[in-house]
Design a protein around this ligand. Structure first.
Ligand code: ATP
Ligand code: MG
Length: 392
């Protein structure tokens, strides 16, 4: 029944010259989201509004689902587009619309008319009154409420006539592409996909890096990370995933340094490598799924030790989240089921029984001195042999 969707977006981000950047990025993201959906949608920007017009048959649910993953949209309004056949015909069409669009008539409404095309003979005040009256006459149960109606019945006279009354909540945030790019440290866990989603929601593009340790971590563990990247990409757009072989570095640290420091030392090398790739690929920051106190490697002392090796900003959107809150988001964005698949993680394989929880920077530096002989070359090799996978 609906041929088109009116896309509502927040006004706050659309002032001044930013407006065009915001709108153009939003149009691009809507086109991308609707591409896999049938209907050959045409997405247009018309006098400060964005519409998606279906050219053919399409699946309504699938379309709404695709649109609700686009950051920057606050509301999705399914619209009926009518040819101008005069006001009397419009009254009938509006009644027919109300008949099927709102089967439950025990509601209040208010007509909101707009006459954008000035050669239409009826002004908006008169339209409000007459259309309201027509609807009231057609459905005895329905009532008008001009202050807090259940629905606003919008009727807009443009080249064609647009009728809509539903607003489906959008994802909010900013369109991807309005904020630069950041490098997500993506593991197979619950947290990092959520962290990537949250930063993408602020308009950032995402690339990702995954450290794997074959043969200690399996191909299936790697595939799980690729799958997670694809799930995040449904929101963020394509993700370039760098898969770094971390085995030699991990073994070298394990053989050379105190075992209780292993996790932190590993995390410091992960951050260094991630930052090198980030700088090479034009990223403006790193993203991790860390949260204060969640595990030994995420105490404030540990975070300080991990952070010390980076110069880029490290975005940690989950820093103050409880695990359950993170789980709730991961369920909402559909990464949870994949995240809990039981494949081993490179961090857990050599993990000490009693890892340090308050690492001391000096002793970290001392341990890293023990690594100086070979670590530079190993990091270089890890960077050079990385595999790049497009997750889309
Ligand atoms: P997650 O659920 O995201 O795996 P976690 O609770 O398991 O997090 P850690 O293993 O301490 O926590 O990892 C903290 C952060 O470090 C992760 O959120 C992720 O950003 C990054 N990280 C950990 N392991 C890897 C890895 N193998 N490859 C890439 N990044 C990693
Ligand atoms: Mg993990």
């Amino acid at each position: 029944m609906y041929q088109s969707f009116l896309i509502k977006y927040a006004e706050i981000a659309t002032k001044g010259k930013n407006r065009y950047l915001f709108e153009d990025a939003l149009v691009k993201q809507i086109r991308r989201a609707l591409k896999p959906v049938d209907g050959s949608f045409v997405v247009t920007k018309e006098s400060g509004r964005i519409y998606a017009h279906a050219q053919g048959e399409y699946d309504y649910e699938e379309t709404i689902e695709a649109l609700s993953r686009v950051f920057g949209i606050v509301g999705i309004c399914p619209v009926v587009v009518l040819e101008d056949q005069g006001f009397e015909q419009l009254k009938e069409d509006v009644i027919a619309y109300m008949e099927w669009a709102h089967p439950d008539k025990n509601i209040t409404f208010k007509v909101m008319s707009r006459r954008v095309r000035k050669n239409w003979p009826v002004d908006s005040q008169t339209m409000n009154a007459k259309l309201g009256e027509a609807v009231l006459n057609a459905f005895p149960e329905i009532r008008v409420d001009v202050h807090k109606p259940d629905i606003y019945l919008n009727v807009e006279i443009r080249e064609k006539i647009y009728v809509y009354s539903q607003v489906i909540p959008g994802a909010g945030g900013m369109p991807v592409g309005t904020a630069g790019k950041a490098m997500l440290l993506l593991s197979g866990g619950i947290d990092s996909p959520v962290a990537g989603y949250m930063i993408a929601k602020r308009g950032a593009k995402i690339d990702a890096v995954y450290f794997h340790a074959p043969p200690y971590t399996s191909e299936r563990a790697k595939q799980k990370v690729v799958d997670l990247a694809k799930l995040v990409a449904k929101y963020s757009g394509p993700i370039q995933l760098h898969v770094v072989n971390f085995t030699d570095i991990q073994m070298y640290i394990y053989e050379t340094c105190p075992h209780d420091q292993l996790t932190i030392l590993m995390r410091r090398y992960m951050m260094r490598i991630a930052e090198t790739i980030a700088l090479e690929t034009g990223c403006l920051g790193l993203i991790t799924g860390e949260s204060i106190g969640q595990v030994a490697s995420q105490t404030m002392q540990s975070l300080m030790a991990t952070n010390e090796v980076c110069t880029l900003p490290v975005y940690r959107p989950l820093i103050a989240f409880d695990k359950q809150d993170i789980v709730t988001i991961s369920e909402k964005i559909n990464t949870f089921e994949t995240s809990i698949l039981p494949y081993e993680d490179c961090c857990t394989i050599f993990v000490a029984k009693h890892p340090v929880t308050k690492p001391n920077l000096k002793s970290m530096h001392k341990s890293e001195e023990l690594l100086q002989e070979k670590i530079g070359e190993m990091v270089q090799t890890a960077l050079e042999t990385r595999e790049v996978i497009w997750a889309d």
